[in-house]
Design a protein around this ligand. Structure first.
Ligand code: GL7
Length: 803
């Protein structure tokens, strides 16, 4: 598309869609019109991609996830299509601020955190590698809540992201399917003497797919993210007597559950899970029928991925269709199902391992229940005599009155993977050890990754351009080519240029901070960043304790040498997680105290930015000097902000947890600050039960002062929250070992501050972090899933031509 064609198209669309002239348009209209143009640009590729897959009977993977977190899409789509520079400069020449146009777009925030963002990174990488992989999820009317601070407290506001329409989605009326809930199912003999389930009094809902194109980077592939929305089918209209009754149905896809740790055990959540799973599996089978292949070969054409346990019902739903609709035998159906399914575990936190009450499943999803019961019965029967009874009892799906979804996933799939080496090892040795005994060949590791296209090319143009200038542009397609930056570790000119790029980003963030919070920060201070969900195990409180220690040091000794630092937080707490909310309040009050203390004289600033989301992450990450990855060892399955920050040249302060271990291996000990308990030490404390937070407190006056600050009025306005925090550490013996790790944490922070003064050394470390970050590209992660688990490959265009 030329500049002239673009302007012409823009003019017409503004006229047609808004009855307006381009000259009078605002960023709002411009955003919609450009969005339409972009969609039109990839429409043909989208259609062609689908045709290619169909004509070649391409084996495809379907990534089932209850969360997707793509963020904004205008800039990323423009970049993928190679139109970014032209459109930006044209829009600016027309007298608009391009940034303002981008900011019109609501974040598509249909996820909570790492798990949902990973799903979106994966889709991006699949398309960019021309791999036939699609997403399947829920089109929530309301995304993750918007966070506001009122008097330092988190307040949650609804995120009506669809209010002003969504240019990217296509409603596919003709591909709607029915999903059935409740009723009674009984078995009836057929003429040939078999038993077939008959259902009565079911509630039928309509699932409408909304498709979004996932545009590959500089190629011709556009895959599909299919999100389902609920409606009342026409045939059922008569059954709903009041608006309220209808509302109840329509509420099914209304909201995303804003909790990334605890399962609320709510019926709506279970219904959501079955809804998108059933709709997705049905639409896959319907598509497969178009290939005119026998059902007994469906596993050669379909790979289904279960992203955490939320889509676990994929297994019984696929069984249902093969058994009930295709009349296959149990054995045949089971073989096909297991070979199609694969599962990723994303956490070892017990409270996040889904279990559903047996009665709830039995009542609301009776056919699912029957099938799960039969899977469980056969599992037990087949293993009896071969394995110890207690092992069988620990691994079976139905235990007491609960259904264990992770057990279902492992038993019903051919692959179970963790998301970082340490995590996958822990699955094998501890968390899922019993299953590892049963199915050692099913277990594997796929360390998470990120897409540097969004997190470096798009979010950090100054750095991206500099990398181009230094080593050429090949890294944009092959991220490990960033290794070539290692040749410039001693090149002063390059180091200075990198420092300038960082400085430019810090300046931009400083402006944003001042605009949104009124806090002035010095761009030459250390920008120390912790951005992630607020959770006790992630230990934002440890960071806060260190901040308090620095504060007291300065108060006691105002003349001391102190390297200025700005601590930047971004974090949402689940609305029902009072402890996490107490920590938010405490950080905000400490911020207020320090930021206004004249003795501190701007040497310390604490900034908690509201409403952390993908777009805010894109602003913060390029400006970070320090990346806080300080979860208690064994608790963070992988982490992904650690990879994003590293890519952007931030130096990690890390515990040996999740993917931090692999980051250290990549950059070397000298280019990362590690501290804290190791996995072995944590497990030893668990075994011996001899951890005493009180003993540590009693012996350490610094810790006493820091902790007392929460309850003695030093930090104002946190009577209740301060007490809760104080109690969690002493009365409840500090579940996440903050006191134990506090001293070593402060030590590495002190070392870091000194190192920061040595600009050459720091800049070299920073460059090395970027240089070594290529291996954490999700391009490679996805390729490993494609090769080892899904067995999918790009369409062979030569073969296509020969045909
Ligand atoms: C998570 C893990 O906590 C996180 O460490 C991991 O990086 C992410 C993606 O694999 O998955 N598990 C989880 O339940 N959530 C995560 O972010 C919400």
């Amino acid at each position: 598309m030329t500049r002239e064609e673009f302007i012409e198209d823009l003019r017409n669309r503004v006229r047609e869609s808004f009855a307006m002239e381009l000259e009078t348009a605002t960023p709002n209209e411009l955003f919609v019109a450009i969005g339409q143009i972009v969609r039109a640009c990839y429409a043909k590729s989208w259609h062609n991609t689908r045709q290619r897959y169909l004509v070649n009977k391409q084996r495809q993977s379907y990534y089932f996830s209850i969360e997707f977190l793509p963020g904004r899409m205008l800039k990323s789509n423009l970049m993928s299509l190679g139109l970014l520079d032209m459109v930006r400069s044209t829009v600016e020449e027309l007298g608009f601020e391009f940034e303002e146009v981008l900011n019109v777009e609501n974040d598509m925030a249909l996820g909570n955190g790492g798990l949902g963002r990973l799903a979106s990174c994966f889709l991006d990488c699949l398309a960019s590698r021309e791999l036939p992989g699609n997403g399947n999820g829920i089109r929530y009317d309301y995304g993750l809540f918007k966070q506001q601070f009122v008097d330092g407290y988190q307040v949650e506001l609804p995120d009506a992201w669809l209010k002003s329409g969504n240019v990217w989605e296509v409603r596919r009326e003709s591909e709607a399917v029915e999903v059935r809930f409740g009723g009674n199912v009984y078995m009836q003999p057929t003429k040939d003497g078999k038993l077939k389930p008959v259902a009565e009094n079911e509630r039928i809902l309509r699932a409408i797919p909304y498709d979004t194109g996932v545009v590959g980077y500089h190629n011709d592939t556009v895959n599909t993210l299919r999100l389902w929305s609920v409606e009342v089918p026409e045939s059922e209209e008569g059954k709903y007597r009041s608006i309220e009754e209808r509302r109840m149905v329509e509420d099914l896809t209304a909201v995303l559950y804003p909790d990334d740790s605890n399962e609320q055990g709510r019926l709506t959540r279970l219904s959501q899970e079955y809804f998108f799973v059933s709709a997705g599996i049905q639409s896959i089978v319907r598509y497969y029928k178009k290939l005119k292949m026998p059902i007994s070969r469906i596993n050669e054409y379909v790979a289904i991925h279960i992203n955490d346990t939320h889509p676990a019902l994929c297994i019984p739903e696929m069984m249902r269709i093969l058994l009930d609709e295709f009349d296959l035998s149990w054995e045949k159906s089971w073989g096909l199902t297991v070979s199609m399914m694969s599962y990723t575990n994303h956490t070892i936190m017990q409270e996040a391992l889904e279990k559903w009450p047996l009665q709830m499943v039995k009542y609301h999803l009776p056919r699912m229940f029957q099938i799960i019961e039969e899977i469980d019965r056969r599992f037990v029967t087949n293993l009896t005599g071969l394995y110890p009874d207690d092992l069988i009892q620990r691994t079976r799906i139905i235990q007491g009155d609960q259904i264990h979804m992770a057990n279902l996933c492992i038993i019903g799939s051919h692959s179970t993977n963790g998301v970082a080496k340490l995590h996958s090892d822990l699955l094998k040795s501890v968390v899922l050890h019993d299953f590892y005994v049963l199915y050692p060949e099913r277990f594997n590791n796929k360390t998470n990754g990120i897409t540097q296209r969004r997190w470096l090319q798009q979010a950090n143009e100054p750095l991206a351009n500099l990398i181009d200038k230094t080593i050429g542009t090949s890294w944009r397609k092959e991220p490990t080519d960033m290794e070539r930056l290692m040749n410039y570790c001693e090149d002063n000119e390059v180091l200075v240029a990198f420092e300038q790029a960082k400085q430019q980003n810090k300046l931009a963030l400083a402006k944003y901070i001042e605009k949104t919070t009124n806090i002035k920060v010095q761009p030459n201070a250390i920008f120390d960043v912790q951005i992630k969900r607020l959770h006790a195990y992630k230990r934002q409180l440890l960071n806060l304790m260190h901040i308090l220690k620095c504060y007291f040091d300065l108060k006691d000794n105002p003349e001391m040498d102190f390297v200025p630092r700005v601590w930047i937080f971004g974090a949402k707490a689940a609305p029902s997680y009072t402890y996490a909310k107490a920590i938010i309040k405490a950080i905000n009050e400490v911020a207020n105290l320090i930021n206004h203390d004249p003795i501190i004289n701007d040497r310390m600033k604490v900034v908690f930015l509201e409403n952390y989301n993908v777009s805010l992450a894109e602003r913060i990450i390029p400006a970070a000097d320090v990346s806080e990855q300080i979860s208690l060892a064994t608790k963070e399955a992988s982490g992904t902000s650690n990879m994003k920050l590293m890519s952007n040249g931030a130096i990690t302060v890390a515990t040996m947890d999740g993917a931090n271990v692999e980051i250290r291996a990549a950059v070397g000990d000298e280019n990362i600050y590690t501290f804290g308990l190791t996995e072995e030490e944590v497990y030893r404390y668990y075994e011996q039960g001899n951890y005493s937070a009180q003993a540590i407190y009693d012996q350490d006056p610094v810790i006493q002062r820091v902790l007392n600050a929460f309850v003695d009025g030093t930090i104002p306005n946190i009577q209740r929250e301060g007490q809760e925090i104080f109690d969690s550490l002493l009365r409840y013996n500090d579940e996440f070992f903050l006191l134990k790790d506090f001293v070593p944490y402060c030590q590495v922070q002190a070392k870091l501050s000194q190192d920061y003064l040595n600009r050459e050394k720091w800049q070299k470390m920073s460059l090395i972090n970027t240089a070594k970050s290529g291996i954490f590209s999700a391009d490679y992660t996805v390729q490993r899933y494609a090769d080892d688990i899904w067995q999918i490959a790009p369409v062979d265009l030569h073969k296509e031509k020969r045909n």
